[in-house]
Design a protein around this ligand. Structure first.
Ligand code: TGC
Ligand code: FAD
Length: 394
């Protein structure tokens, strides 16, 4: 058995399929087919080489993975949130970096332009981003300001018909290859604003981050701004304050809650199959109680997470989901997936550390997924604040 042959069978212990609409099932099927055909055969090699498979950008655009909930008039998919979640689940079942590409483009680049931009900005950027002709990135984190983005130093100064942008962003997915960057900076009053920085603007560079053991098939880099002249027409006019970037993060964190689940489902499925085929002491290792305990706990946790994200999707569709509910689901899925990947890797013994199987790659990827878009601790504190009313950040 080799990961190069994708034998995935989706775990659905509580018959959640019956809760999905025909359209949602079709979306999921299309994504599953895409992952089996285009991602599973190549992703391990790209990850080993630490190379981003650039061809997926146009493929994902063609499949409607960029901005699936954005209205079709701007090139989005006009789909509901459960369809969006299922897309992210299937993509991350293939690789977290593939889902990251879709999350960043749809939720962190297209969404702010759609929600906070004017009509000219929407018409200029959204259709090209939707098809994958252009790739975008999202610059919030700075070298000295990660969990606490409100302390950011990146800033703009008014200079007539343009602003002068200075500062640096770090750990930015897609930065080295993006044509456009949605960047968050402080204006002269100290308010956080969003602006669209385009590749080619003088003083703007995007050095690549090397040496990652995680998300190796995703391009990560910095955004460096040295007196960059950004036309005022590139400022997003409809938002001021940290709620701008956090509003985008709510959309992306929702996608991660489904995505991490996809990685966990792949690890479980691989480990279950292996446990039935691998013989030790004269019987399949799946017949030993210790391995059954791991598998039983995995499917229990996966099922709980599936129920949580499905319910969250319903609340998103009704427009009543809270950022705090999204935090809980993101945190729960990431923690669950990290544990499932670790246990699944053990079930495969030595084979578990090789690239013949997807588990070790998922396990390493999930270390980024549990960290970005708000760390495990930050989401716990968001829940803590919500239930107690006390703010542990201040
Ligand atoms: P705080 O005072 O709590 O909030 C400031 C304003 O924002 C509002 N707000 C939200 N609005 C929309 N959605 C949310 N999720 C929101 N959370 C808060 C809030 O109501 C307030 O509004 P207003 O009107 O009163 O101004 O802000 P704080 O400075 O105390 O920080 C709170 C904290 C720590 C929770 C927040 O800053 C945080 O979430 N930190 C984590 C940082 C983070 O997630 N960074 C992610 C960077 S992007 C990334 O990782 C992309 S990875 C991409 C990939 O490859 O997939
Ligand atoms: P820090 O904020 O320095 O945190 C270090 C530790 O301290 C963590 O364990 C944290 O939980 C803990 N901590 C911090 N504050 C508290 C507190 N108040 N109470 C208790 N514990 C606390 N950012 C972007 O803007 N755009 C991107 O596209 C992007 N892509 C990324 C891709 C990858 C592969 C990675 C790894 C990161 C990416 N990030 C991106 C950055 C990511 O969002 C940050 O790494 C994350 O928000 C944490 O910030 P930090 O790394 O500076 O850690």
């Amino acid at each position: 058995m080799s990961a190069r042959t994708d034998l995935f069978e989706s775990p659905d212990y509580f018959q959640l399929d019956t809760l999905l609409t025909e359209e949602q099932r079709m979306v999921r099927q299309a994504m599953r087919h895409y992952v089996i055909k285009e991602i599973s055969p190549i992703i391990e090699d790209y990850a080993q080489r630490a190379e981003f498979p650039i061809q997926i950008v146009k493929q994902l655009g063609g499949l409607g993975c960029f901005g699936p909930t954005i209205p079709t008039q701007y090139g989005g998919g006009g789909l509901d949130y459960i369809s969006y979640g299922l897309m992210m689940q299937e993509l991350e079942r293939g690789d977290s970096g593939v889902r990251s590409t879709a999350s960043v483009q749809g939720s962190l680049v297209m969404y702010p332009i759609y929600a906070y931009g004017n009509e000219d900005q929407k018409k200029k950027f959204l259709p090209k981003l939707a098809t994958g002709e252009w790739l975008g990135c999202f610059g919030l984190t700075e070298p000295n300001h990660g969990s606490d983005p409100s302390s950011m130093l990146t800033n703009i100064k008014d200079a007539g018909d343009h602003v002068i942008l200075n500062g640096a962003k770090m750990w930015i997915s897609n930065a080295p290859i993006a044509q456009v960057a949605v960047v968050w900076a402080k204006d002269e009053s100290g308010d956080i604003i969003g602006l669209i920085v385009e590749r080619g603007m003088a003083g703007f560079s995007t050095p690549t981050t090397h040496g990652k053991w995680s998300l190796r098939a995703s391009a990560t880099g910095e955004l460096v701004f040295e007196n960059v002249k950004v036309p005022k027409e590139n400022i997003l006019p409809l938002i001021k304050g940290l709620k701008g970037p956090l509003g985008c993060l709510s959309k992306a964190r929702y996608g991660i809650a489904w995505g991490a689940l996809g990685a966990a489902m792949d690890c479980y499925d691989t480990a279950l199959r292996y446990s039935k085929e691998r013989i030790q002491f004269g019987k399949p290792i799946g017949a030993f109680q210790l391995q059954q305990k791991k598998l039983a706990e995995m499917i229990t946790e996966i099922t709980k997470a599936q129920l949580m994200v499905w319910r969250l999707g319903v609340l998103m569709n009704e427009g009543v989901a809270t950022p705090q509910q999204i935090s809980m689901a993101k945190r729960n899925s990431c923690e669950m997936a990290t544990q499932v990947a670790r246990d699944a890797r053990q079930i495969l013994g030595g084979m578990g550390i090789t690239g013949e199987f997807s588990i070790m790659r998922h396990m390493m990827n999930l270390e980024s997924v549990i960290t970005y878009e708000g760390t495990h601790d930050i989401h716990l504190l968001i829940t803590g604040m919500d239930v107690t009313g006390f703010n542990a950040f201040k």
